[in-house]
Design a protein around this ligand. Structure first.
Ligand code: NDP
Length: 453
């Protein structure tokens, strides 16, 4: 008789939890996964996937406008939000089913319930009490709204995916990923959009040029961007919302979306009772092998608050499954994790910002290109592409590759491999470009910014 019901019980069926569970089962472990909502977690249900679908929808506005210079006349382009949302929901349901099938095929028992820790080896799943040798907490995160008066009148990204109708006017609060992505979506779909950010430059933490260039491009597309600005209170005023800013200014809008970060979802899980140590922000503290202060309890993904990105949670899940059930202790390499922001235009980056590179490597050489892409010559679009390389002057290693422009994520993914391999600027220069593309600019930059006129 095995000592425990399962070798692994995972609480949370998002990207990280599903990957760790499936792989562990493939390595021969007896695995149960507990999830109270839809499988797939934030990414599949209220994150990456539906966001990208809405982003595609919003891009058509620009595409219709661009097409005229190429000879097209698009007679009418009515937009139907309800149809988009219904189609999006159908695709998300399909993906929920794919996740269920993947888990089932791997032999993972899926339990639809709320999971709660009882002790180091015991979990309550609804009415059932189950035991496991290892417990994995992969419960992710949840949007945070600052506690200002009227905060309950605002929505978060969770609700934005299910709006019954598009508002005429929206105010988006925040200057990070979700804020710039949703501002671009709303604007593209024809909503009068205002972004309110408390700082002076969007995308804090990214290379500084990216936030500056993105703000210029978004403003060019008609998003009103209020920097160094914040909302003090929200009140209902008939069908509208009345906003009062810290500056004293007031204005009305139809919808307020808070995109002010996400907090680890650790509340009410019985973690404290089980003796699991939490950081000040509620994240589960783990060691390099994802073990919490209770060795049989592990955690991965947004709930450990290292890098809140789906592919990172998946990689952590892979490392953990190998460590626990494949006799291959694996650490996660958090270096050179590429990332893209699906604003319009896209932003993508891998490696160090110019500031980080100077702090860590001293002398750096910076190469930039800022140009109107070929398509713009006929479309008439004023959108420009920005590209930047940060190079270690001593070793010639490329430390950072940054871009604002169409499909930046697609471009940077390839360069992320080069950085992982430790590519030098000389190797970039020795690479033949693909012509005519925007991306070829990354292998044809010859004059550092410091020596440009
Ligand atoms: P971010 O941490 O990216 O941005 C939060 C923003 O809200 C910041 O601009 C922050 O300002 C601001 N903010 C925080 N608190 C307040 C406050 N009290 N009042 C006003 N503004 C405030 O969080 P997001 O919600 O945008 O996204 C959460 C995470 O999800 C991201 O960090 C990312 O890891 C992930 N994500 C990834 C995506 C992708 O891969 N494309 C897409 C969406 C999300 P300040 O800069 O001053 O701190």
């Amino acid at each position: 008789m095995p000592r425990y019901d399962y070798d692994l019980i995972t609480i949370g069926g998002g990207s990280g939890g599903v990957r760790a569970s499936r792989m562990s089962a493939n390595f021969g472990a007896r695995v149960a996964l507990i999830e109270e909502r839809q499988l797939g977690g934030t990414c599949v249900n209220v994150g990456c996937i539906p966001k990208k679908l809405l982003s595609y929808a919003a891009h058509y506005a620009g595409d219709f406008a661009d097409s005229a210079g190429f000879g097209w006349s698009v007679a009418s382009h009515d937009f139907d939000w309800a149809r988009l949302i219904a189609n999006k929901n159908r695709e998300i349901s399909r993906l929920n089913g794919v996740y269920a099938k993947l888990l089932n095929d791997a032999g993972v028992t899926v339990i639809e319930a709320r999971g709660r820790l009882i002790d180091a080896h015991t979990v309550q799943a609804g009415e059932r009490t189950l035991t496991a040798q290892h417990i994995l907490v992969a419960t992710g995160g949840w949007p945070v709204v600052p506690p200002i008066p009227g905060a309950e009148l605002a929505i978060t990204s969770n609700e934005a995916f299910h709006l019954a109708r598009l508002p005429e006017r929206v105010v988006v609060v925040g200057g990070g990923y979700v804020a710039v992505e949703f501002s671009s979506i709303f604007k593209g779909l024809g909503v009068r959009t205002t972004l309110v950010y408390r700082g002076s430059q969007l995308l804090r933490g990214f290379d500084q040029d990216l936030g500056r260039v993105l703000a210029e491009e978004m403003a060019q597309k008609g998003v009103e961007i209020l920097l160094d600005s914040n909302i003090e209170r929200i009140e209902r005023k008939g069908a509208a919302l009345a906003l009062r800013f810290v500056s004293g200014e007031t204005r009305e809008t139809d919808l307020v979306l808070y995109a002010t970060g996400r907090a680890p979802l650790t509340h009410g899980l019985g973690l404290e009772a089980a003796g699991v140590a939490l950081a000040a922000n509620g994240a589960i503290k783990v060691d390099e092998f994802f073990r919490s202060s209770v060795p049989s309890i592990c955690a991965i993904g947004d709930v450990i608050d290292r890098i809140q990105l789906t592919p990172v949670a998946i990689a952590e899940g892979t490392a953990l499954a190998n460590t626990l059930f494949n006799n291959l202790p694996r650490r996660m390499d958090y270096g050179n994790v590429p990332t893209a922001v699906f604003s319009h235009p896209n932003v993508a980056t891998v490696g160090l910002s110019e500031k980080q590179a100077r702090e860590r490597h001293g002398e750096v050489e910076v190469y930039v290109a800022h140009f109107r892409p070929l398509k713009g010559t006929l479309s008439g679009s004023t959108e420009r592409v920005f590209m930047k390389l940060v190079v270690d002057r001593t070793t010639d290693r490329v430390l950072g590759v940054h871009m604002v422009g169409t499909d930046a994520g697609e471009v940077i993914q390839g360069f992320a491999v080069a950085l992982k391999c430790g590519a030098t600027k000389a190797q970039f220069d020795a690479t033949v470009g693909i012509h005519p593309t925007g991306a070829e600019e990354f292998v044809t930059m010859r004059t550092p910014r410091s020596r440009q006129a």
